[in-house]
Design a protein around this ligand. Structure first.
Ligand code: ATP
Ligand code: MG
Length: 388
């Protein structure tokens, strides 16, 4: 079985092109290993502006299973193709094999030649094969919006023919865009925020703040499960499990009640930034959405943001809850996200949390805490899990 994967030419142009392509080849291979094991009944290689995946017959891998290629970022579309000799008579036969069982009144042939030394140019190939199909089927050639389009690609002294294009997710190959650290809560939003970051090519590690022993281990397992679900998009990643109960106690004892949530958030950001620095990560990701809940008013986001120097990305800032839920279902994290869990922030939640926190007040309250000591202690006691 042969699959031709196409990526977005524009995004991959320039000096980095080779690097992007290499990453994409690696990522396709890794996704196949994850799904079908290490036995490598396949070969993935770049040929002339596309990626060729060849699956050996003895693998018994079914076509449907290969739709996982829809989950590899960087692939814009892919097609199951037939191979033919680089010979116009053979190409006619192969095209006709693909078309003869289809019902259509009009069609087009779309050839592209990476091998410029083939005796016919693309236009001539289109015309020759087109005339052959007209003779067989009486259908008309229609260049704009045809019912059926048959693609012919000549590359690396080989020829491939296919009819259907399957849409991929697009984006950029994971690993081509550096590394981010996502704050993962166990809710619906943050896994989607991590997914969107992965889609733009960055690898994502995760940090979760828990209040063990006051919250249950089930909540931690849920977060672990979410990171495993996301790992199909990127392979290996780290999950930092940070104990947060002591910090919350200190905040509850020493700060005004209504500022608790923003102070939790600031401390989370500071710890996340420290972990990021230690791991050469350059940005933080959250699932915050403008005005979705009390802690996410613009004023509170401003105060939270002030806690760190590192960029904080909020890929969901303009999403509605329904759109996020739909996306979570599509990427497969929704079912896990809606399992009941206790977020550490719901402990000691004030009756009237501040919705318009003022930076000066928050900083005054924070100065009463031994912030550096608390951060260091949390980091020393955190647990690191490797997700495969
Ligand atoms: P989510 O669905 O991601 O839980 P949410 O709508 O519940 O988001 P909040 O609880 O206000 O919103 O959290 C906002 C963001 O802060 C989360 O998306 C996440 O990135 C981060 N966050 C909140 N709680 C935690 C936690 N316990 N550990 C790590 N990150 C957290
Ligand atoms: Mg939450």
């Amino acid at each position: 079985m042969i699959i031709i994967c196409h990526y977005d030419e524009i995004a991959l142009k320039g000096k980095n092109r080779n690097y992007f392509e290499k990453k994409l080849v690696e990522n396709i291979d890794r996704r196949l290993v994850k799904e079908f094991g290490e036995n490598k009944f396949w070969k993935v290689q770049k040929i002339a502006g596309r990626i060729l995946v060849e699956i050996k017959k003895e693998s018994k891998i079914e076509k449907e299973k290969l739709l996982i290629l829809k989950e590899v970022f960087g692939i814009v579309n892919f097609s199951f193709a037939e191979e033919s000799l680089q010979d116009i008579q053979e190409l006619k036969k192969t095209c006709w094999n693909l078309l003869e069982n289809k019902v259509f009144d009009n069609f087009r042939i779309t050839a592209s030649r990476a091998d410029k030394n083939f005796s016919l140019n693309s236009e001539e190939i289109n015309r020759e094969i087109g005339a052959f199909v007209v003779e067989k089927n009486k259908a008309k050639v229609k260049l704009r919006d045809p019912q059926v389009e048959c693609f012919v690609e000549l590359a690396n002294k080989r020829a491939f023919v296919y009819v259907d294009k399957i849409q991929g997710v697009g984006g950029l190959p994971v690993g081509s865009g550096g590394r981010c650290l996502a704050l993962l809560s166990g809710g619906i939003d943050s896994p989607v925020a991590a997914y969107l970051t992965l889609k733009r090519g960055a690898k994502v590690d995760f940090v979760h703040f828990h209040s063990l022993p006051y919250t249950s281990t089930a909540s931690n397992e849920k977060v672990l499960e979410l990171t495993q679900e996301l790992s199909k998009f990127q392979g290996k990643a780290k999950l930092f499990m940070v104990p947060f109960a002591k910090i919350q106690q200190q905040i509850v004892m020493q700060a005004p009640e209504k500022l608790r949530v923003v102070l939790y958030r600031r401390l989370m950001m500071k710890i996340a930034q420290e972990i990021a620095r230690q791991n050469k990560v350059l940005a933080l990701i959250t699932g915050e959405v403008l005005s979705q809940v009390a802690s996410q008013t613009l004023e509170n986001i401003y105060v939270t943001n002030d806690a760190v120097k590192m960029p904080i990305f909020r890929p969901l800032i303009g999403f509605d809850k329904l759109e996020i839920m739909r996306k979570a279902q599509e990427i497969g994290t929704y079912e896990t996200s809606i399992l009941p869990h206790e977020d550490c922030c719901t402990r000691f939640i004030p009756k009237h949390p501040e919705t318009k926190a003022k930076l000066e007040e928050v900083i005054l309250a924070e100065d009463k805490l031994d912030v550096d000591g608390l951060i260091n202690e949390a980091i020393v006691n955190m647990e690191i899990k490797v997700i495969k």
